[in-house]
Design a protein around this ligand. Structure first.
Ligand SMILES: Nc1ncnc2c1ncn2[C@@H]1O[C@H](COP(=O)(O)OP(=O)(O)OP(=O)(O)O)[C@@H](O)[C@H]1O
Length: 765
């Protein structure tokens, strides 16, 4: 390659009649200038940005996000935790104003916030002094320490080997070589032990963190609230799996990446000083030079380092978004297939993938320049410094100049020193390089720390009932019915009371029905539901019927007024689209109980069979192969069967109140009536949302929403009569059609007979 370059230079110089020396200097100068510009550009950019911010000018552009989170549309870049994100090198503000902008978190970086968050997470991963993780850490540290000792020992052995080669001392050379090979065995064992312990440590940290996160996620219906009431975390699943894994691996990896180089530096420094002293040289200049060079290198790298933490966090966001789109396709595969919606879904997936690819490319590009500079400084500048350091004691040393100790005028001793020092320096440089490159990993760790820390913070706040959605910003504060709500930082405050009722009734007193988007659907609702008072709930779509159930169940906050519920109030909610869990057929009927709960309650499979019989599904156990049969029940059962299994749960649990949200819409009317009668006979108080008049007769009261915030509660007697009359009229109309249908039937039969005769005669002929 150098020959080719040289020839090209020669021919170019000859062609244009320029002295070759000038040409090579010009090319070198241009390359250095370009490299300087590349390195200096981020610094200039930073300075410019600072001055712009100081002047109070801010570039605001981009589109508004749903809940202030992901922008999936038009292939634009996605961001979840901040309203700010880096897209192909540009910082973009999504344009969320008001409180959302105030709430904006600083981008992940190595700063005080990162250290505090890391400390919090470390406390979770290492809960005390006497735990398995501390034991693992201790063994790991010991292994790292031993490895450093072995490195120094091997370096000194190599020095001695070279010395014996120079002296032509074959016997000692062979002995040293055997020793050297002998040390290789524990050295390799320690090496693989370090890797093993690092993996074990990462897994132990992960387990602690996952357990902690799961306990928070599944406490106080946080899994529901995080996705429905709060807008800060878009892909909790990704954070709970990939991000926690990445974070814990990064912590464990960094521990060994920081600890071992630190040991190396300290011990190698001591060993070097010792050998310099043995050479009779001053031990100060070498280390001093090394410190100056390393310090300067570190400063340069820090100044030009891209924001890896922010980049990593953004990449994780985009990965999470891509994954969420995949899950949507899997969850709704049948619906998409029926609609033939694969093109739209594919477009969404491709867009999400493209945003990820763009981000990855940007990161690769940033790494390219950074690694180039890093390699230049660490490989070449440091090697040069190392050579000077090794040379100094030999050149300036006094002890072996005159060759008093050996017959070869000290040559073999100097060679031994040189080899040992060189090996030590190589190991030392390697250690410092790892320390420095660890900074990049620390910055990346800041990204993961921010995502995991933020997730746990949000779980905590949501569990305590503190939500943040950017859509509930100032504009909503003046919309219909919000005058009864109290806002703090643009978020409504749940000021309502939840108390215990003494008479076993459920009551809502002056409670507004408010959606998570802060739309007031019903400004004030007051009703008392005593046991045995079967309530029918009707009204147009979107008027707040299901929302009332959400408030009664405690899923949605009570923003004003009072919700009274009896202590240990047993309420059972059955939705229109029932949820089928993983597990056996038995698990479906007893859900959310486990088999152990069932046994504890003294229930048997016969009881479950009775529950299934009440919903006309007795044959299901036989058909599916017994109670222990396993299947994907979501797909195995038909829509109506799923609804009936869900109602069978009601007969198993026998709650005091049943919240039935159009839960039998796919069940035939006769079976439905039997089910409702059986539920009433079991002593369950029914709160039913339905559009079927056939169910009215099972209820004693009716709550009618008008869809404009108004409502009316009244006994159902008069209305039932009216409904029965309506039903009678409907049936009479159907009966009136029967003679016409009979006449048509006779005509069809006659036509069929004629057709058959004609076919017969054709065949005979
Ligand atoms: N998770 C949510 N986030 C934001 N808004 C919601 C949410 N769930 C419901 N809403 C809104 O609350 C309003 C009332 O919804 P609700 O589900 O109570 O209607 P409904 O009366 O049960 O209607 P339907 O008869 O169609 O089931 C609707 O405008 C809906 O858009």
């Amino acid at each position: 390659m150098p020959n080719v370059m040289s020839r090209v230079l020669d021919s170019t110089a000859a062609k244009y009649n320029i002295p070759r020396e000038y040409l090579s200097k010009t090319i070198l100068g241009t390359a250095v200038c370009l490299y300087g510009i590349k390195l200096g550009y981020p610094l200039i950019q930073q300075l410019c940005k600072k001055s712009v911010t100081l002047n109070g000018v801010k570039d605001v552009k981009g589109s508004r996000t749903r809940n202030g989170t992901v922008v999936p549309a038009n292939g634009q870049d996605v961001s979840t935790n901040n309203n700010e994100h880096v897209a192909n090198g540009k910082t973009v503000d999504n344009g969320n104003k008001g409180p959302a902008t105030k709430e904006r978190r600083s981008s992940p970086a190595v700063n005080q916030e990162f250290l505090l968050q890391l400390e919090k997470l470390i406390r979770i991963m290492i809960p005390g002094l006497w735990c398995g993780e501390v034991a693992l850490l201790s063994v790991h540290t010991l292994a790292l320490f031993t490895r450093t000792f072995l490195s120094i020992y091997v370096a000194s052995m190599e020095g001695q080997i070279v010395k014996f080669i120079v002296r032509r001392d074959i016997w000692n050379f062979s002995i040293m070589l055997m020793k050297w090979l002998g040390v290789a065995v524990p050295a390799t064992f320690i090496n693989s032990m370090i890797r093993y312990l690092e993996n074990k440590l990462a897994l132990a940290f992960r387990t602690r963190l996952v357990n902690h996160a799961y306990s928070k996620y599944f406490a106080d219906q946080t899994y529901y609230r995080v996705s429905n009431l709060d807008g800060r975390i878009e892909n909790a699943d990704h954070r709970l799996t990939d991000d926690i894994t990445a974070f814990t691996s990064s912590v464990a990896h960094l521990y060994s990446h920081l600890t071992k180089p630190l040991f190396d530096c300290a011990l190698i420094g001591l060993a070097l000083a010792q050998s310099s002293r043995r050479m009779g040289a001053n031990i100060i200049p070498g280390p001093l030079l090394a410190c100056v060079v390393i310090g300067a290198t570190g400063q340069i790298l820090k100044a030009v380092s891209p924001k890896f933490g922010l980049l990593v966090a953004e990449e994780a966001n985009r990965k999470g978004y891509l994954r969420s789109i995949h899950s949507r396709v899997i969850t709704n595969a049948e619906e998409i297939a029926f609609y033939g919606g694969h093109k739209v879904e594919l477009t969404h997936l491709q867009r999400a993938y493209q945003t990820l690819v763009r981000q990855k490319n940007y990161v690769f590009q940033q790494r390219l320049w950074y690694v180039m500079l890093e390699q230049f400084l660490m490989k070449y500048v440091w090697s040069g410094t190392g050579m000077v350091m090794v040379a100094l004691p030999i050149v300036m040393g006094t002890r072996l100049q005159v060759g008093t100790e050996t017959s070869d005028s000290g040559v073999s001793e100097r060679t031994q020193y040189f080899t040992t020092a060189r090996n030590l320096l190589v190991s030392g440089a390697d250690a410092v390089e790892r320390l420095m490159s660890s900074y990049k990993e620390v910055v990346e760790l800041a990204g993961y720390t921010s995502r995991v820390g933020e997730m746990l913070d949000v779980f905590g706040e949501v569990g305590e009932g503190r939500y943040k959605r950017t859509t509930t910003s100032a504009t909503k504060q003046n919309s219909r019915g919000t005058d009864r709500l109290e806002f703090k930082d643009g978020q409504p405050v749940a000021k309502g009371k939840i108390t215990e009722s003494t008479d076993g009734s459920i009551a809502l007193i002056d409670v507004p029905v408010v959606t998570p988007n802060c739309d007031v659907v019903v400004p004030s609702l007051t009703l008392v539901i005593n046991q045995g008072m079967h309530l029918l709930i009707t009204g147009p779509n979107g008027c707040g019927k299901s929302s009332m159930f959400r408030i009664l169940s405690g899923l949605w906050p009570v923003y004003a007024g009072e919700l009274k519920r009896p202590k240990d109030c047993s309420m059972f909610y059955i939705p229109q689209r029932p949820y089928m869990s993983l597990g056996s057929l038995r698990d479906q009927v007893i859900y959310p109980d486990t088999v152990e709960d069932m046994k504890r309650k003294g229930m048997t499979d016969d009881d479950l069979e009775r529950s299934l019989a009440l919903v006309h599904l007795s044959q299901l156990v036989l058909r599916e192969g017994g109670w222990d049969a396993q299947a994907d029940w979501k797909d195995t059962l038909s829509g109506g069967e799923k609804q009936r299994v869900a109602v069978a749960r009601l007969f198993y649990h026998k709650p005091k109140f049943a919240l039935l949200d159009e839960c039998t819409s796919a069940v035939s009317i006769d079976v439905e009536s039997n089910i409702y009668q059986a539920a009433k006979d079991a002593g369950v108080t029914l709160l039913t949302i339905t559009h079927r008049p056939s169910l009215w007769k099972f209820h004693s009261h009716i709550l009618q929403f008008d869809g404009e915030g108004g409502w009316n509660l009244s006994p159902l007697d008069a209305k039932t009569a009216m409904t029965l009359r309506q039903e009678k009229a409907h049936l009479e109309a159907q009966l009136a059609d029967i003679p016409v249908a009979q006449q048509r039937l006779q005509e069809v039969c006659k036509e069929l007979e004629d057709e058959e005769e004609r076919l017969l005669s054709t065949t005979c002929n």
